[in-house]
Design a binder for this molecule. Structure first.
Ligand SMILES: Nc1ncnc2c1ncn2[C@@H]1O[C@H](COP(=O)(O)OP(=O)(O)OP(=O)(O)O)[C@@H](O)[C@H]1O
Length: 297
Protein backbone atom coordinates (compact mmCIF):
# COMPACT_ATOMS: atom_id res chain seq x y z
CA UNK A 1 0.00 0.00 0.00
CA UNK A 2 1.39 3.43 -0.91
CA UNK A 3 1.93 6.25 1.57
CA UNK A 4 -1.03 8.04 0.01
CA UNK A 5 -3.28 5.10 0.82
CA UNK A 6 -2.04 5.08 4.39
CA UNK A 7 -3.93 8.40 4.66
CA UNK A 8 -7.03 6.95 3.04
CA UNK A 9 -9.06 7.51 -0.10
CA UNK A 10 -10.58 10.92 -0.77
CA UNK A 11 -14.14 11.11 -2.07
CA UNK A 12 -15.48 13.62 -4.61
CA UNK A 13 -19.07 13.47 -5.81
CA UNK A 14 -20.46 15.80 -8.47
CA UNK A 15 -24.11 16.13 -9.39
CA UNK A 16 -24.87 12.48 -8.69
CA UNK A 17 -28.37 11.30 -9.51
CA UNK A 18 -29.60 7.80 -8.69
CA UNK A 19 -33.04 6.49 -9.53
CA UNK A 20 -34.96 3.35 -8.65
CA UNK A 21 -37.57 3.24 -11.38
CA UNK A 22 -39.58 6.40 -10.86
CA UNK A 23 -38.10 7.16 -7.44
CA UNK A 24 -35.24 9.62 -7.46
CA UNK A 25 -33.20 8.52 -4.44
CA UNK A 26 -30.42 11.06 -5.06
CA UNK A 27 -31.03 14.17 -7.12
CA UNK A 28 -27.82 16.03 -7.98
CA UNK A 29 -25.60 15.31 -4.99
CA UNK A 30 -22.28 17.16 -4.77
CA UNK A 31 -19.75 17.07 -1.92
CA UNK A 32 -16.11 16.36 -1.08
CA UNK A 33 -14.46 14.37 1.69
CA UNK A 34 -10.69 14.83 1.84
CA UNK A 35 -8.51 11.75 2.30
CA UNK A 36 -8.03 10.83 5.97
CA UNK A 37 -10.69 11.64 8.53
CA UNK A 38 -13.90 10.44 10.09
CA UNK A 39 -16.98 11.86 8.44
CA UNK A 40 -20.65 11.63 9.27
CA UNK A 41 -23.43 10.99 6.79
CA UNK A 42 -26.69 12.06 8.38
CA UNK A 43 -30.21 12.23 7.10
CA UNK A 44 -33.73 11.20 7.90
CA UNK A 45 -35.21 7.87 6.83
CA UNK A 46 -35.31 7.62 3.06
CA UNK A 47 -33.01 10.63 2.50
CA UNK A 48 -30.65 8.52 0.35
CA UNK A 49 -27.80 7.60 2.71
CA UNK A 50 -27.66 3.89 1.92
CA UNK A 51 -28.00 4.62 -1.78
CA UNK A 52 -25.09 7.05 -1.68
CA UNK A 53 -22.90 4.67 0.32
CA UNK A 54 -23.65 1.82 -2.07
CA UNK A 55 -22.51 4.01 -4.99
CA UNK A 56 -19.28 4.89 -3.16
CA UNK A 57 -18.74 1.18 -2.51
CA UNK A 58 -19.25 0.42 -6.23
CA UNK A 59 -22.37 -1.65 -5.61
CA UNK A 60 -24.44 0.50 -7.89
CA UNK A 61 -23.93 3.24 -10.43
CA UNK A 62 -25.74 6.55 -10.75
CA UNK A 63 -27.90 7.56 -13.70
CA UNK A 64 -25.73 10.64 -14.11
CA UNK A 65 -23.02 12.62 -12.38
CA UNK A 66 -19.46 11.85 -11.38
CA UNK A 67 -18.09 9.86 -8.45
CA UNK A 68 -14.39 9.74 -7.65
CA UNK A 69 -12.87 7.60 -4.93
CA UNK A 70 -9.11 8.11 -4.66
CA UNK A 71 -9.38 9.95 -7.96
CA UNK A 72 -11.12 7.22 -9.95
CA UNK A 73 -14.60 6.00 -10.74
CA UNK A 74 -15.10 3.17 -8.22
CA UNK A 75 -17.52 1.19 -10.39
CA UNK A 76 -15.95 -2.08 -11.61
CA UNK A 77 -12.60 -0.64 -10.51
CA UNK A 78 -10.68 -3.49 -8.88
CA UNK A 79 -8.08 -1.29 -7.19
CA UNK A 80 -10.59 1.10 -5.63
CA UNK A 81 -12.96 -1.71 -4.68
CA UNK A 82 -10.13 -3.61 -2.96
CA UNK A 83 -9.45 -0.49 -0.89
CA UNK A 84 -13.06 0.09 0.10
CA UNK A 85 -14.82 -1.69 2.95
CA UNK A 86 -18.56 -1.33 3.44
CA UNK A 87 -20.13 -2.66 6.63
CA UNK A 88 -23.89 -2.55 6.63
CA UNK A 89 -26.43 -3.01 9.34
CA UNK A 90 -26.28 -6.57 10.63
CA UNK A 91 -22.63 -6.96 9.73
CA UNK A 92 -22.63 -8.37 6.18
CA UNK A 93 -20.97 -11.56 7.36
CA UNK A 94 -21.26 -15.21 6.34
CA UNK A 95 -24.35 -16.15 8.36
CA UNK A 96 -23.74 -19.92 8.50
CA UNK A 97 -19.99 -19.90 9.17
CA UNK A 98 -18.54 -19.65 12.66
CA UNK A 99 -17.16 -16.33 13.90
CA UNK A 100 -13.64 -17.81 13.69
CA UNK A 101 -14.25 -18.83 10.06
CA UNK A 102 -15.60 -15.37 9.25
CA UNK A 103 -12.39 -13.87 10.58
CA UNK A 104 -10.24 -16.26 8.54
CA UNK A 105 -12.29 -15.47 5.45
CA UNK A 106 -11.89 -11.73 5.98
CA UNK A 107 -8.14 -12.18 6.50
CA UNK A 108 -7.88 -14.10 3.22
CA UNK A 109 -10.02 -11.66 1.23
CA UNK A 110 -8.80 -8.33 2.58
CA UNK A 111 -5.22 -7.21 1.89
CA UNK A 112 -4.71 -5.00 4.96
CA UNK A 113 -6.62 -7.16 7.46
CA UNK A 114 -4.98 -7.18 10.90
CA UNK A 115 -5.87 -10.69 12.09
CA UNK A 116 -4.21 -10.36 15.50
CA UNK A 117 -6.09 -7.16 16.25
CA UNK A 118 -9.34 -8.72 15.04
CA UNK A 119 -8.86 -11.48 17.65
CA UNK A 120 -8.37 -8.84 20.36
CA UNK A 121 -11.53 -7.06 19.22
CA UNK A 122 -13.52 -10.30 19.27
CA UNK A 123 -12.56 -10.63 22.94
CA UNK A 124 -13.27 -6.96 23.63
CA UNK A 125 -16.79 -7.37 22.22
CA UNK A 126 -17.16 -10.74 24.01
CA UNK A 127 -18.06 -12.63 20.81
CA UNK A 128 -18.12 -16.41 20.91
CA UNK A 129 -15.81 -17.67 18.15
CA UNK A 130 -17.64 -21.01 17.91
CA UNK A 131 -21.02 -19.49 17.15
CA UNK A 132 -22.35 -18.75 13.70
CA UNK A 133 -23.73 -15.24 13.16
CA UNK A 134 -27.29 -16.58 12.83
CA UNK A 135 -26.91 -17.75 16.44
CA UNK A 136 -25.56 -14.42 17.66
CA UNK A 137 -27.82 -11.67 18.94
CA UNK A 138 -28.52 -8.75 16.62
CA UNK A 139 -26.10 -6.53 18.53
CA UNK A 140 -23.42 -9.23 18.52
CA UNK A 141 -23.82 -9.65 14.75
CA UNK A 142 -23.40 -5.91 14.33
CA UNK A 143 -20.32 -6.03 16.57
CA UNK A 144 -18.82 -8.80 14.41
CA UNK A 145 -19.37 -6.64 11.32
CA UNK A 146 -17.77 -3.72 13.13
CA UNK A 147 -14.77 -5.87 14.15
CA UNK A 148 -14.22 -6.98 10.55
CA UNK A 149 -14.69 -3.43 9.24
CA UNK A 150 -12.23 -2.05 11.78
CA UNK A 151 -9.57 -4.75 11.35
CA UNK A 152 -9.73 -4.48 7.54
CA UNK A 153 -8.37 -0.91 7.82
CA UNK A 154 -9.58 -0.21 4.30
CA UNK A 155 -8.44 3.18 2.94
CA UNK A 156 -12.16 3.97 2.60
CA UNK A 157 -14.15 2.33 5.41
CA UNK A 158 -17.89 2.82 5.43
CA UNK A 159 -20.08 1.92 8.39
CA UNK A 160 -23.74 2.14 7.37
CA UNK A 161 -25.71 2.16 10.63
CA UNK A 162 -23.44 -0.55 11.93
CA UNK A 163 -24.27 0.36 15.53
CA UNK A 164 -27.86 -0.91 15.19
CA UNK A 165 -28.68 -3.40 17.90
CA UNK A 166 -25.45 -2.78 19.80
CA UNK A 167 -26.00 -1.77 23.41
CA UNK A 168 -24.62 1.51 24.74
CA UNK A 169 -21.34 0.08 26.17
CA UNK A 170 -20.65 -1.78 22.89
CA UNK A 171 -21.31 1.34 20.85
CA UNK A 172 -19.02 3.34 23.11
CA UNK A 173 -16.31 0.72 22.72
CA UNK A 174 -16.74 0.81 18.94
CA UNK A 175 -16.42 4.62 18.84
CA UNK A 176 -13.37 4.61 21.16
CA UNK A 177 -11.61 1.87 19.22
CA UNK A 178 -12.38 3.55 15.89
CA UNK A 179 -11.09 6.95 16.99
CA UNK A 180 -7.89 5.53 18.51
CA UNK A 181 -7.14 3.32 15.51
CA UNK A 182 -7.79 6.02 12.91
CA UNK A 183 -5.25 8.23 14.68
CA UNK A 184 -2.70 5.39 14.58
CA UNK A 185 -3.60 4.26 11.03
CA UNK A 186 -5.05 7.22 9.14
CA UNK A 187 -7.79 6.35 6.71
CA UNK A 188 -11.09 7.71 5.51
CA UNK A 189 -14.11 6.59 7.48
CA UNK A 190 -17.73 7.41 6.72
CA UNK A 191 -20.25 6.72 9.48
CA UNK A 192 -23.94 6.84 8.83
CA UNK A 193 -25.96 7.05 12.00
CA UNK A 194 -29.07 8.51 13.54
CA UNK A 195 -27.35 8.69 16.94
CA UNK A 196 -25.77 12.04 16.21
CA UNK A 197 -25.16 12.95 19.83
CA UNK A 198 -23.06 9.83 20.27
CA UNK A 199 -20.89 10.27 17.21
CA UNK A 200 -20.53 14.01 16.80
CA UNK A 201 -17.28 14.19 18.77
CA UNK A 202 -15.74 11.78 16.26
CA UNK A 203 -16.71 13.65 13.13
CA UNK A 204 -14.51 16.14 11.33
CA UNK A 205 -17.11 16.94 8.72
CA UNK A 206 -20.77 16.20 8.35
CA UNK A 207 -22.82 15.65 5.21
CA UNK A 208 -26.56 15.98 5.75
CA UNK A 209 -28.83 14.55 3.08
CA UNK A 210 -32.43 15.65 2.87
CA UNK A 211 -34.82 14.25 0.30
CA UNK A 212 -31.97 13.01 -1.90
CA UNK A 213 -30.10 16.31 -1.85
CA UNK A 214 -27.16 17.66 0.14
CA UNK A 215 -28.56 20.01 2.74
CA UNK A 216 -25.09 20.83 3.94
CA UNK A 217 -21.52 19.55 3.97
CA UNK A 218 -19.52 21.34 6.64
CA UNK A 219 -16.79 20.95 9.20
CA UNK A 220 -18.41 19.88 12.47
CA UNK A 221 -16.84 22.77 14.40
CA UNK A 222 -18.10 25.32 11.87
CA UNK A 223 -21.54 23.77 12.07
CA UNK A 224 -21.59 24.01 15.84
CA UNK A 225 -20.42 27.63 15.70
CA UNK A 226 -23.43 28.50 13.56
CA UNK A 227 -25.99 27.24 16.05
CA UNK A 228 -27.11 29.20 19.08
CA UNK A 229 -30.24 29.38 21.20
CA UNK A 230 -31.41 32.79 22.39
CA UNK A 231 -33.87 32.78 25.26
CA UNK A 232 -35.77 35.54 27.01
CA UNK A 233 -38.88 37.74 26.75
CA UNK A 234 -40.45 37.22 23.30
CA UNK A 235 -40.20 40.83 22.09
CA UNK A 236 -36.52 41.16 23.01
CA UNK A 237 -35.67 37.78 21.49
CA UNK A 238 -37.42 38.76 18.25
CA UNK A 239 -35.45 42.01 18.12
CA UNK A 240 -32.18 40.15 18.72
CA UNK A 241 -32.73 37.58 15.95
CA UNK A 242 -34.05 40.00 13.30
CA UNK A 243 -32.21 39.27 10.06
CA UNK A 244 -30.71 36.00 11.33
CA UNK A 245 -31.58 32.52 10.08
CA UNK A 246 -34.09 31.14 12.57
CA UNK A 247 -34.65 27.37 12.39
CA UNK A 248 -36.81 26.84 15.48
CA UNK A 249 -38.97 28.74 17.94
CA UNK A 250 -40.41 27.52 21.23
CA UNK A 251 -42.66 29.52 23.54
CA UNK A 252 -42.96 28.74 27.22
CA UNK A 253 -45.49 31.31 28.46
CA UNK A 254 -43.96 34.75 27.92
CA UNK A 255 -40.50 33.25 27.41
CA UNK A 256 -39.34 32.51 23.90
CA UNK A 257 -36.43 30.31 22.85
CA UNK A 258 -35.25 30.73 19.32
CA UNK A 259 -32.71 28.48 17.62
CA UNK A 260 -30.56 30.37 15.14
CA UNK A 261 -28.44 28.76 12.44
CA UNK A 262 -26.34 31.39 10.73
CA UNK A 263 -22.87 32.85 10.33
CA UNK A 264 -22.87 34.60 13.68
CA UNK A 265 -20.62 37.54 14.34
CA UNK A 266 -19.69 38.33 17.92
CA UNK A 267 -21.52 41.68 17.68
CA UNK A 268 -24.95 40.08 17.34
CA UNK A 269 -24.27 37.72 20.24
CA UNK A 270 -22.80 40.49 22.40
CA UNK A 271 -25.86 42.66 21.79
CA UNK A 272 -28.17 39.77 22.70
CA UNK A 273 -26.23 39.14 25.91
CA UNK A 274 -26.23 42.87 26.71
CA UNK A 275 -30.03 42.86 26.28
CA UNK A 276 -30.18 40.33 29.13
CA UNK A 277 -30.94 37.35 26.88
CA UNK A 278 -29.59 33.90 27.58
CA UNK A 279 -27.36 32.35 24.92
CA UNK A 280 -26.78 28.64 24.64
CA UNK A 281 -25.07 26.15 22.37
CA UNK A 282 -27.09 23.81 20.20
CA UNK A 283 -26.27 20.10 20.20
CA UNK A 284 -25.72 18.82 16.66
CA UNK A 285 -28.67 16.47 17.10
CA UNK A 286 -31.00 19.45 17.71
CA UNK A 287 -29.60 21.36 14.73
CA UNK A 288 -30.15 18.29 12.59
CA UNK A 289 -33.76 18.00 13.77
CA UNK A 290 -34.45 21.67 13.11
CA UNK A 291 -32.77 21.66 9.70
CA UNK A 292 -34.46 18.51 8.43
CA UNK A 293 -37.88 18.80 10.08
CA UNK A 294 -39.87 19.39 6.88
CA UNK A 295 -43.57 20.03 7.39
CA UNK A 296 -44.69 17.33 5.00
CA UNK A 297 -42.62 14.61 6.64
N1 LIG B 1 -34.39 -1.03 -4.04
C1 LIG B 1 -35.16 0.06 -4.07
N2 LIG B 1 -36.18 0.17 -4.94
C2 LIG B 1 -36.95 1.27 -4.98
N3 LIG B 1 -36.77 2.35 -4.20
C3 LIG B 1 -35.76 2.29 -3.31
C4 LIG B 1 -34.90 1.16 -3.19
N4 LIG B 1 -33.99 1.40 -2.23
C5 LIG B 1 -34.26 2.63 -1.75
N5 LIG B 1 -35.32 3.18 -2.39
C6 LIG B 1 -35.88 4.52 -2.18
O1 LIG B 1 -34.84 5.46 -2.33
C7 LIG B 1 -34.92 6.47 -1.34
C8 LIG B 1 -33.62 6.50 -0.53
O2 LIG B 1 -33.51 5.28 0.20
P1 LIG B 1 -32.21 4.94 1.07
O3 LIG B 1 -32.34 3.54 1.52
O4 LIG B 1 -30.98 5.33 0.32
O5 LIG B 1 -32.42 5.95 2.31
P2 LIG B 1 -31.70 6.02 3.74
O6 LIG B 1 -31.36 7.46 3.96
O7 LIG B 1 -30.59 5.04 3.80
O8 LIG B 1 -32.89 5.60 4.73
P3 LIG B 1 -32.87 4.93 6.21
O9 LIG B 1 -32.34 5.97 7.17
O10 LIG B 1 -34.31 4.64 6.45
O11 LIG B 1 -32.03 3.69 6.14
C9 LIG B 1 -36.16 6.18 -0.53
O12 LIG B 1 -37.22 6.95 -1.07
C10 LIG B 1 -36.42 4.70 -0.77
O13 LIG B 1 -37.78 4.42 -0.70
Amino acid sequence: MTAQHEAGFGVAVRDLTVRYGRTTALGGVTFDLPAGGIYGLLGRNGSGKTTLLSVLAAMRRGASGEVRVDGEDPFENARVMAGTGLVREGGDVLAYEKVATNLRYAAAMRPGFDAAWAEELVDAFALDRRKTPDHLSRGQRSALGAVIGLATRAPLTIFDEVHLGMDAPSRQRFYDVLLTDVVAHPRTVILSSHLIGEVEHLLERVVILDGGRVLLCEETDALRAKGVTITGPADRVDAAVAGLGVVGTRDLGPTRQVTVFDDLDDGALDRAAAAGLRLGGVPLQDLFIHLTAGESR
